[in-house]
Design a protein around this ligand. Structure first.
Ligand SMILES: [Zn+2]
Length: 246
């Protein structure tokens, strides 16, 4: 298989899948960041309230710069809320092109911002409940990081210099990175399921709940896209190596 096969079977489909997922996230966020959630709280107060409701008093909340950088850190037990979601760009450097999910001023929450925060609280709850998928995910992290950064070089280098054993080691490590992207899916979908229950309990019903679901679904598709493109690349490397067997 040559370069053109790679372009047609791996590169173009990967760009298409990733682009489609990114477009979905953008359109869902831009639509639902304009709709008021009806929750009259700042992003930080809302996060605190949801965490306390779940008995997660020990989880800290910190601001983080950027958009879609919101995350829960299981090692530090910290939930980080992005400036885009909190509507408080003064906490970081403000980029006027940045997609604002929060209402400027930050004292009211959009449907999109509420959904993102509830999703991260979902991760914090998974951590406390010792979610098995999250545990597996944490275990694979080191191999997966090695696999996604160095493994492609081992594979390509092994093929070029005819060190096939090295290439197979690289493929094995890259496989761990692929497994990681797939194990991420139940973790993400689980956190979104919890998030929808949280916002429902706080009175975000009807249209607003539909909006929250749309935002979370779009975000989940980006993880599906990541897993599929990783798998495509893995299969391509596998075929390359199989072709060298004789
Ligand atoms: Zn998540």
């Amino acid at each position: 298989m040559g370069f053109m096969t790679y372009v047609l079977l791996v590169m173009l489909p990967s760009i298409a899948i990733t682009g489609w997922a990114a477009w979905r996230v953008r359109s869902a966020y831009s639509k639902w960041s304009k709709v008021d959630s009806g929750i009259n709280m700042s992003a930080f107060d809302f996060a605190r309230r949801l965490l306390d409701h779940q008995g997660l008093h020990d989880v800290k909340i910190e601001p983080v710069q950027g958009q879609l950088t919101d995350h829960y850190d299981p090692r530090g037990k910290v939930l980080r809320v992005s400036s885009a979601v909190s509507g408080r760009p003064e906490l970081g450097s403000f980029d006027p092109n940045e997609m604002a999910l929060g209402v400027p001023g930050g004292e009211r929450l959009s449907v999109a911002a509420a959904a993102v925060i509830a999703h991260e609280v979902g991760h914090a709850l998974q951590d406390r409940e010792r979610d098995p998928w999250m545990a597996v995910r944490q275990t694979i992290v080191p191999v997966a990081q090695f696999g996604s950064s160095i493994a492609p070089w081992l594979i390509i280098g092994g093929l070029i210099f005819n060190f096939l054993n090295l290439a197979w080691i690289g493929l094995f490590a890259f496989g761990a990175a692929v497994v990681f992207t797939f194990v991420t899916l139940p973790v993400e979908i689980g956190a979104s399921g919890k998030a929808l229950a949280f916002v429902g309990n706080l009175g975000m019903m009807g249209e607003r709940q539909v909006g929250a679901r749309e935002v979370l679904k779009a975000a989940a598709w980006t993880y599906v896209a990541g897993a599929l493109t990783a798998l495509l690349t893995f299969l391509y490397y596998l075929f390359l190596l199989m072709g060298r067997r004789d």
